[in-house]
Design a protein around this ligand. Sequence first.
Ligand SMILES: NC(=O)c1ccc[n+]([C@@H]2O[C@H](COP(=O)([O-])OP(=O)(O)OC[C@H]3O[C@@H](n4cnc5c(N)ncnc54)[C@H](OP(=O)(O)O)[C@@H]3O)[C@@H](O)[C@H]2O)c1
Length: 290
Amino acid sequence: MTSNDMLNKLVMVTGATGGIGKETARALQQMGAHVVIVGRNPQKTADVVAEMKSQNPSGGEVDGLVADLSSLADIRRLAEEFKQKYDRLDVLVNNAGAYFNKREISVDGFEMTFALNHLGYFYLTNLLLDLIKSSAPARIVNVSSGAHAMGKINFDNLNAKGLFVGWTAYGTSKLMNILFTRELSRRLEGTRVTVNALHPGFVATNFGHNGNGIGKWLIQLTQRSALTPEQGAQTSIYLASSPEVSGVSGAYFSESKIVQPSKAAQDDDLALRLWEVSEQLIAEREKTFA
Ligand SMILES: NC(=O)c1ccc[n+]([C@@H]2O[C@H](COP(=O)([O-])OP(=O)(O)OC[C@H]3O[C@@H](n4cnc5c(N)ncnc54)[C@H](OP(=O)(O)O)[C@@H]3O)[C@@H](O)[C@H]2O)c1
């Protein structure tokens, strides 16, 4: 896809009310794509839609949808709403994610980092996959992080019971993003749908500002030397739109180049197991997904 090719493309960007997601959505809309931004706060989502429309009146259309992506029911409702409103999806950017300083539990009983950062990507993508396949050539972009290298999956304790270390939970969820990307890429062979993961760099956004104490202070301090959200969005924009990667799938990118992720992130058995366990956990709570 070139910039011109983004005309008439339908794109969904999650977590697009701020930070990297907002800049990704903005750039793709400037290229002419019809962008559907997903936020969790109705007013903030409406404000970003209005802002994008007024800043780029000659860009593509912009719509907003609202969902809490840590909730399986909300994800299902979002996917249903999207399918009722639109008949294609050319690019899905899974971007909404967060770091949790303290252990929190989602409405479905999952630890929040796992629920939002992994199950959010996994479930939304799977619910939209038929539509994405029918729109091929199409792309899925998963925003991961270099923090994946700190991750370690314990299938006996996916909800991080006991001593909770926020950065370990976060790193593990970002490792899951890459493993999900690999296994999905394998399943999508021959469909002309690609899926890639990326590290956006260290970016000054609201990321980590939901915590408190020294962790929040340290993030804010180090963010002074970080990339701007616009700079941090570049690899997401590249993977969503560049013709250079039209046939590339299952890879992990940083600064718009393929890089090797950690050894664990290249473990295809681990990727398959994560897929099956995620599917099972969701199926136990959701009758629509098996
Ligand atoms: N910043 C970095 O240095 C960095 C580095 C590596 C990877 N990343 C990854 O980049 C992605 C974007 O992060 P960011 O830095 O742009 O952070 P951010 O500024 O905090 O933006 C996160 C976005 O996700 C949304 N969100 C949070 N919880 C949600 C929920 N439960 N349901 C739906 N949406 C939710 C936020 O909505 P609100 O506007 O309502 O808060 C916001 O739009 C994340 O996946 C993060 O892991 C960031």
